[in-house]
Design a protein around this ligand. Structure first.
Ligand SMILES: [Fe+2]
Length: 247
């Protein structure tokens, strides 16, 4: 996968250039565009991710289950079934010694969830707060309305609400009035000469015909996309900048 290769080759130097103290990678599409395997998770962590988050494709690779059951650095959405393995909140220490909590949640619009995100998020944030004021929420969701709504609901209670899943970086990176950074979608690390990562011809053929053309990852115009958040020790954000780095 070009996106994963870009992370392995470029993330270490990018972390140094941007002076990144803590790095969260959404890895739900790392395994040929669907799911994550234990081996790929380890490679992304070795490349410089502190924590990996997941999404609606969490269970596409069944071997991830036992791995999630014991991992403290790979989290899955809190509102998948409570009978499934894995944690949805973790706290890790940055290079400079700050504890950062990472929370992963799915949106409810056009997604299959065991519970709505608003049902769960307050307790998750309260649990995170008992351990650290610096809290990052990966809100993996389809609709900008739900993403903007959750970001606003959490304003002043978490450091950042970062949207993922739609692959197209949105033009709304901001710090809200209460000090919570937010963006509706951090974008896609992968080949942008494509239809959200898939060879364009194959994706269009499926859309035009309704027939199941087999998808292949595209190759051209590979970029690392994401968002850079600055905050103080109290977890209050002061800057939120989208990044888009050609590889
Ligand atoms: Fe997704």
């Amino acid at each position: 996968m070009p996106g994963r290769r870009a992370v392995e080759e470029r993330l270490p130097s990018l972390r140094e250039e941007l002076e990144v103290d803590f790095c969260v990678v959404n890895g739900e599409n790392a395994a040929d565009g669907a799911g994550l395997t234990p081996k790929l998770a380890e490679r992304i962590l070795d490349a410089g991710a502190d924590v990996i988050t997941l999404g609606n494709h969490t269970w596409r690779r069944p071997e991830i289950g036992p791995y999630l059951a014991q991992s403290e650095r790979v989290v899955r959405p809190a509102n998948l079934s409570s009978h499934s393995p894995g944690r949805s909140l973790t706290v890790r220490r940055t290079r400079r010694g700050t504890d950062v909590a990472v929370v992963n949640l799915l949106g409810s619009l056009f997604m299959s969830v065991a519970q709505g995100p608003f049902e769960l998020v307050d307790e998750l944030v309260a649990e995170a707060h008992r351990r650290t004021p610096v809290i990052v929420v990966d809100f993996h969701a389809e609709a900008t309305s739900e993403k903007v709504g959750l970001a606003r609901w959490l304003d002043g209670r978490v450091t950042a609400v970062i949207g993922t899943h739609t692959h197209v970086q949105t033009n709304d990176a901001r710090v809200q009035p209460g000090g919570t950074a937010a963006i509706s979608d951090a974008g896609m690390t992968g080949p942008h000469d494509s239809v959200i990562g898939v060879e364009a011809d194959l994706a269009i053929e499926r859309m035009r015909t309704g027939m199941g053309a087999r998808f292949r990852p595209a190759a051209g115009d590979v970029r690392i996309e994401g968002v850079l958040v600055e905050c103080d020790d109290a977890g209050r954000a002061s800057a939120c900048e989208p990044i888009r780095v050609p590889v």
